[in-house]
Design a protein around this ligand. Structure first.
Ligand SMILES: Cc1cc2nc3c(=O)[nH]c(=O)nc-3n(C[C@H](O)[C@H](O)[C@H](O)COP(=O)(O)OP(=O)(O)OC[C@H]3O[C@@H](n4cnc5c(N)ncnc54)[C@H](O)[C@@H]3O)c2cc1C
Length: 363
């Protein structure tokens, strides 16, 4: 135990901290219970010149079989403050007009191939409901935040129900669900730079894109975020969140979610595919459904009358290794490149690998 009663684990297997249960050992994992502990701990590690990495729920991180050679800060928190001051309604209106939409579902709508579950029936406009600001620590579990807020009559996050993760990592990666991006709901973010200086960035000072944010580009640590949500229809939001969770549960849990980004519009137009999804390419263009190395496997072909399983989600069938995960990724990437000239980009994060092991995915 350290000051603040933080839990410290020494020489532990990272499998215990990874959603997909893969990874070697870590010499020290410090579990932090709130944003105050996070700031204190980061500043202290910087002062002592100690290397560290951040982790939320580990639902998007592949750890090396050799583990990681630095301290891991695992974020947890239940801190949610409803009704923060400082809402600028005019600015929010401007934001709503500029909001970028993810294009992939427009494409699905024109296609005979579906993404597996219905998405259009649960969408509704909450535009007329009153706005409210809510402050959430980076370590807060997203499903917990959704349920807690709906119970208090605060809505808007329901479209992200069924996605495992923490708020901090979900903003860092700007998660997507249906045709919404989490950035649509971000008002401001408190972050630390790698020298330990604090910054508060309002949404118009943050670059967000599909699976990307300023925080990745500038190597910033998200401490907490203010979201702009609604005092909306609680029953409807609850129904939507339960339904999304049920529908998403058809996708493999023993995974890190989607492994590769969908195609950008330019690449999709160049190759002329009817849909941009990496899952579609793996299944219908590369015919790699069911491809397996060791205990890492791409889902098998699903019969057409059953709920379709996303082939861009690689599963750990038991004792999966990071090396095998990389081999499956390399197979998909090299075939997509050889056959169609497509360079698929990873949507997951890597920790503990030698740069040479993963550089192929970034060139
Ligand atoms: C079954 C399943 C379904 C999924 N479905 C979806 C989906 O529908 N849409 C979608 O977009 N994603 C989806 N994902 C991916 C994943 O749930 C999200 O990316 C989620 O945001 C990961 O959160 P985490 O806390 O687990 O991140 P982690 O894996 O813990 O961390 C991810 C990265 O963020 C960094 N990080 C963590 N916290 C911070 C912080 N406070 N400041 C700065 N950096 C930080 C970490 O260092 C790491 O590089 C799915 C994953 C699974 C397993």
């Amino acid at each position: 135990m350290l000051g603040f009663d933080m839990k410290v684990y020494e020489n532990v297997s990272l499998k215990n901290f990874s959603w997909i249960k893969i990874g070697g050992n870590c010499k020290k994992v410090i579990e932090l219970e709130n944003s105050i502990e996070l700031v204190e701990q980061v500043k202290s590690l910087i002062r002592n010149n100690e290397k560290f990495e951040l982790l939320g729920l580990g639902a998007n991180t592949l750890f090396s079989d050799n583990g990681i050679d630095c301290t891991l800060l695992k974020l947890k928190s239940n801190n949610i403050k409803i009704g923060i001051e400082g809402l600028d309604r005019e600015l929010l209106k401007e934001k709503a007009q500029k909001t970028k939409k993810v294009f992939r579902h427009e494409v699905f709508q024109n296609s005979k191939i579906t993404s597996g579950y219905r998405k259009d029936d649960l969408k509704y406009d909450e535009g007329n409901a009153e706005d409210i600001l809510v402050e959430v620590d980076a370590g807060v579990n997203l499903p917990y935040a959704i349920n807690h807020l709906i119970a208090k009559g605060v809505t808007g996050l329901q479209t992200f129900a069924g996605i495992p993760g923490t708020i901090g990592a979900s903003i860092y990666n700007n998660i997507h669900s249906n045709d919404s991006l989490l950035s649509d709901l971000v008002y401001s973010v408190k972050a630390l730079d790698k020298s330990g200086n604090e910054h508060i960035l309002r949404f118009d000072q943050i670059d967000f894109d599909y699976n990307h944010s300023t925080f990745q580009r500038d190597d910033l640590i998200i401490v907490s975020a203010v979201l702009h949500l609604k005092l909306g229809d609680k029953d409807r939001a609850l129904h939507a969140s339960i339904e999304w969770t049920k529908r998403k549960s058809s996708q493999p849990k023993n995974s890190l979610g989607s492994v590769f980004h969908n195609l950008d519009k330019e690449t999709q137009q160049r190759v002329g595919f009817e849909i941009a999804s990496a899952a579609y390419i793996i299944e219908h263009k590369l015919y790699l459904s069911g491809y397996r190395v060791g205990d890492i496997m791409i889902p098998e072909q699903t019969p057409p009358d059953q709920m379709q399983v996303n082939k861009n989600i690689f599963m750990n069938m038991g004792d999966g290794k990071a090396a095998d995960f990389l081999t499956v990724m390399k197979k998909v990437r090299s075939e997509a490149y050889e056959k169609f000239g497509i360079k698929l980009k990873p949507e997951i994060f890597f920790k503990g690998f030698d740069p040479e092991e993963i550089e192929i995915f970034f060139n």
